[in-house]
Ligand binder design. Sequence first.
Ligand code: OXD
Ligand code: MN
Length: 605
Amino acid sequence: MITIEMSEVRDNSSRLREIITNTHLRAWIGKMAAMCQPDRLVLCQGGAAERRELFAMGVSQGVFIPLNQEKLPGCYLHRSNPNDVARSEASTYICTPLQAMVGPTNNWMDSKVAYIRLQELFGDCMKGRTMYVLPFVMGPIGSRLSRVGVQLTDSLYVAASMDIMTRMGDRALHVLGESAEFARCLHSVGDCDPRRRYICHFPLDNAVWSFGSGYGGNALLGKKCMGLRLASFQGFQQGWMAEHMLISGIREPDGNKSYVTAAFPSACGKTNFAMLIPPESYRKKGWQVTTVGDDIAWMWVDDTGKLRAINPESGYFGVLPGTSETTNPIAMRTISHDTIYTNVALLPDGDVWWEGKTAYSPAPATAPIVDWQGNPWTPETGRPAAHPNSRFTSPMQNNPILDPAADDPQGVPVTAIIFGGRRASTIPIVYQAFNWSYGVYVGASLGSETTAAATGRVGVVRRDPMAMLPFIGYNIGDYLVHWFRMRAKMADPPRIYHVNWFRRDEHGKFIWPGFGENIRILEWILKRSHGKAYAVETLLGWMPRPDDINLDGLELDTQAFAAAQRVDAEALKAELLAEEELFLKLAGELPKEMIFMRELLISRL
Ligand code: OXD
Ligand code: MN
């Protein structure tokens, strides 16, 4: 890292000109530093030594607590402000000159008004603080879709996290060269007052200004802000797609490997899916799953008409509660070293704990367990020890089943797109859309029970089109039209499916075992996509006959599976009425294909 004094910025010193040769970047940094008035700037260059230095600095400043370095080498605990523990959708804005550009599902602010309001907040906000300058690349270096961003932030936690989540440092400046094309990401934790929290996106300026939060998607601006909101708008303009999707490689026993992408709302199991270990009977036959990405896919159609995908990130920011040796052993290995733990409980021996890590709460030892807020904790307190949205930040290189193509600029070909929600009733375990247009309708009408990943009520069904509701950086009507139109570019479009691992029986018990056993459903999905499996036509789409899913070794028999696949016409009618909530909101913006698809479904009913 290189320290730059404010005087050098003011004078545009020759040293500064040597360090940052790009005139556009230097001018922008100068302007932002003049507004924020940090004591100094630190340019991050990336690399292992710098990462160690960032953690050492964080420890001395109390930002990071070193964990037991024998058990968890290179791991640190960070506690966020208790009022700052999830994405703040209510404080998230798309700022444009015209409200019509952002549509009915985004908070809008006039860009001029937003800049004035934000300039007031950012004015002098870094006095007494360091401004970290973080150049980064989203996407494998050299990919046609990769994009450079530069984040300015007063948070050391954010600097260390961006180093894990993105390709940060000198290589980004190298990719940028003398170009003016980079996402301008300005960030300050400010005083972390939720009333003064703004996450403002300026898609027309390729810029994000985020104030008042140091947490996750509000603060790591490469992720949701640039990787989804700005990128989805650029994709619309330039003919590609930025989606809230994992990317997985699946190798079948015959050695053929296919890639699927899957869109699930936040905290619905994308990371578990991306790190799936098939049960032993499948592994023995040669099935293997590998991870390309667990949260974001950028996709384009190549010269042969095939949809290809890259993961723009280089790390995982995953939910911890519920993650264990049984539910996700790959994640457990991934987070066993060189990982930031945020808002988990601290055990007396310097290990960490969260609800669901072990079947039982850790027994209190001689010293007390400390909860995510730093208070003594016992199971009797009745409070969770870890925050329900506590997270890990780990580099993808830690993942023992990382796909060899995860860093390939050419990306991977997409065979199937899977939409999924968390639904206790109504929606079967799996069905296939009849065609691309109906698949877009299926994705657009996706419903899911809300989780702790965003502030607000948990457990209510919300319409979450393509799992992108909080992340579409422009008008949702245009977004859906873009999805329909992408079909015309493709010679052989991916097949589209819907899954629901979360259906419950009349006793409230999950019917489908989930996790590694999901490979049984993926087996049918791949066979279907390659034209090698049967299906029956139903109201909702193509479904496997119960015999078409391998249930060997499961408690669930064919009859129970058939019950889990049942579509109740009355429940489906209620579902269609519930979709009305979204359709009404989109009135006037709704592409006509959506209305046709819905009418076809109603007529099948
Ligand atoms: C995430 C989210 O952090 O979707 O990935 O909230
Ligand atoms: Mn996400």
